[in-house]
Design a protein around this ligand. Structure first.
Ligand SMILES: C[S@@+](CC[C@H](N)C(=O)[O-])C[C@H]1O[C@@H](n2cnc3c(N)ncnc32)[C@H](O)[C@@H]1O
Length: 297
């Protein structure tokens, strides 16, 4: 989506989450709402419907008197992205490039402005964030990318780099795709948001990584035992705690975590150390807001 694109976001509510199930179809929302529809996100008894342009959902919703329109937000796409400019960026060998023309067939041998990319052997990762979290500029994502670069630097940690990875809370898929670009040959990303999973699947296709990297919609907690030597988890503390309780980090080689507020970092590391006595905190990063880390088990 281009920065100047106008988004209309309907925030609607029903008495119970299941009363909103009708929005997911059938028919599929894309079919029902047409080409201006961009996504649907559920959060408890709220649903958020995203459209481009000045979409009027009123006639459709009038058939469902039990839902209440709480708010209609109209804003530019770059405001939705919090003013983040989608400039090409790099973290070590990882290059993240914006993919504004998502409908075009990518040609991975060409870079921005169709210039051949000869600068490194790690091809850029094209990300169309759509409405999901994770273009790369956020400090938590950046920290995780830095740890990934470190983990996959040949021989850097004196251990074999993980060949399989599980990305919990995958957002746009940026971390899963970066792990695959750096050397993982099988990665599963999981996110509870429809919007995120669709965006991540599109990004996997844009980068021709869709045979190596799969995305599924679901709760991270339900994937606690899914395969992956490396776990990536840029998630809030309560989810990380749930994952610990579910023994999600047993039999893993590494964990990259982020998304913890400065005040929460020590709490999580204490709990992690209590349940995994032999762990090594290989690296950590703290700024005035976020704590992130790379752990070896
Ligand atoms: C901070 S974003 C991280 C996105 C991406 N991994 C990155 O590093 O940029 C957290 C993501 O976790 C998802 N999420 C939060 N709680 C979740 C849960 N319990 N199960 C699955 N996904 C969850 C959100 O939808 C969001 O996409």
């Amino acid at each position: 989506m281009r920065p100047e694109t106008i988004l209309t976001i309907y925030e609607i509510r029903a008495a119970a989450a299941k009363d909103l199930d009708f929005l997911g179809g059938p028919p599929e929302p894309e079919e029902r709402f047409g080409s201006d529809f961009r996504g649907l996100h559920f959060e408890a008894d709220f649903a958020f419907l995203f459209f481009v342009n000045d979409y009027d959902l009123g006639p459709f919703l009038s058939q469902y008197p039990f839902v209440e329109v709480k708010q209609i937000h109209r804003l530019r796409y770059d405001q939705w992205q919090d003013g983040a400019t989608m400039e090409p960026m790099s973290v070590g060998p990882i290059k993240i490039w914006p993919w504004f023309e998502a409908s075009q067939t990518p040609n991975l041998s060409l870079g921005l402005n169709n210039q051949p990319d000869l600068s490194s052997d790690c091809p850029p990762i094209y990300i169309d964030p759509g409405l999901a979290f994770g273009f790369g500029g956020h400090p938590t994502t950046k920290a995780c990318l830095g740890f990934l670069a470190r983990l996959y630097r040949p021989g850097a940690l004196g251990v074999k780099s993980p060949l399989t990875a599980l990305d919990l809370g995958s957002g746009t898929g940026i971390l899963a795709l970066a792990a695959a670009r750096l050397g993982a040959n099988s990665v599963l990303g999981v996110d509870h948001s429809h919007l995120a999973v669709r965006s991540a699947q599109r990004n996997a296709e844009l980068n021709a990584l869709n045979s190596q990297v799969k995305f599924e919609r679901g709760l991270a907690q339900d994937y606690a035992k899914a395969p992956g030597e490396l776990v990536l988890a840029n998630m809030p503390l309560f989810v990380l705690k749930d994952l610990l309780d579910l023994r999600a980090f047993d039999k893993r080689s590494h964990l990259i975590f982020s998304g913890l507020l400065a005040s929460e970092g020590d709490t999580f590391l204490d709990l992690l150390t209590q349940s995994h006595k032999a762990l090594k905190l290989v690296d950590s990063q703290r700024d005035d807001r976020w704590v992130s880390g790379l752990v070896e088990f």
